[in-house]
Write a new protein. Structure first.
Length: 135
C-alpha cells in the first residue's frame, strides 16, 4: 500500500508532503510507515491519501472484540515488535530490515506490473483506434 501525506496532516513525525510512503502496518486508525529518518512510526490514517491500496497476501489481520484490529506482515505481527525495533534490539531490527526489503521488492513488482498492464491497455486502445481509422 502506498500513501501520500495530506496538506492538512497533523502527524508530527518527519514526513514530506508529496512523497509516497510504503505502509508497513495498519491498525484501526493508523498507518505504520517509515518516516524520512528511516524509523517505522504510527501516523493517523486520516492524514494520508491512499495512492495504491494493495497489500501482500501473507499479511495477518488480528481483530479484537472492541473493534480494534492490526494488519501486519507475519514477521512483524508479534505484540511489542515495534517497541523492540525502537529500543534497537538487534533481532527485531534485523527482522524489520528483511521485511522492509521484501515489502519494497513486492511494491516495486506490483508497480512494474501495473505499469505493464497500463502500457498494454494503451497499446490495445491505440490498435483499436488504428482499426477504426482504417474502417
Amino acid at each position: 500500500m502506498l500513501v501520500m501525506l495530506k496538506r492538512t496532516a497533523t502527524c508530527p513525525v518527519r514526513l514530506t508532503r508529496g512523497t509516497l510512503y510504503l505502509v508497513v502496518g495498519i491498525d484501526d486508525s493508523n498507518f505504520r510507515i517509515v518516516n524520512d529518518g528511516g524509523d517505522p512510526v504510527l501516523c493517523p490514517s486520516r492524514d494520508f491519501d491512499v495512492v495504491e491500496a494493495s497489500l501482500p497476501e501473507d499479511w495477518i489481520r488480528i481483530d479484537f472484540p472492541d473493534g480494534e484490529y492490526f494488519i501486519d506482515p507475519p514477521d512483524t505481527s508479534a505484540p511489542g515488535f515495534y517497541e523492540d525495533v525502537a529500543d534497537a534490539m538487534p533481532d527485531a531490527v534485523a527482522v524489520f530490515k528483511v521485511t522492509w526489503t521484501r515489502l519494497n521488492a513486492w511494491q516495486d513488482g506490483l508497480s512494474a506490473s501495473s505499469r505493464t498492464d497500463r502500457d498494454a491497455g494503451a497499446r490495445e486502445r491505440s490498435r483499436s483506434k488504428d482499426v477504426e481509422d482504417d474502417g
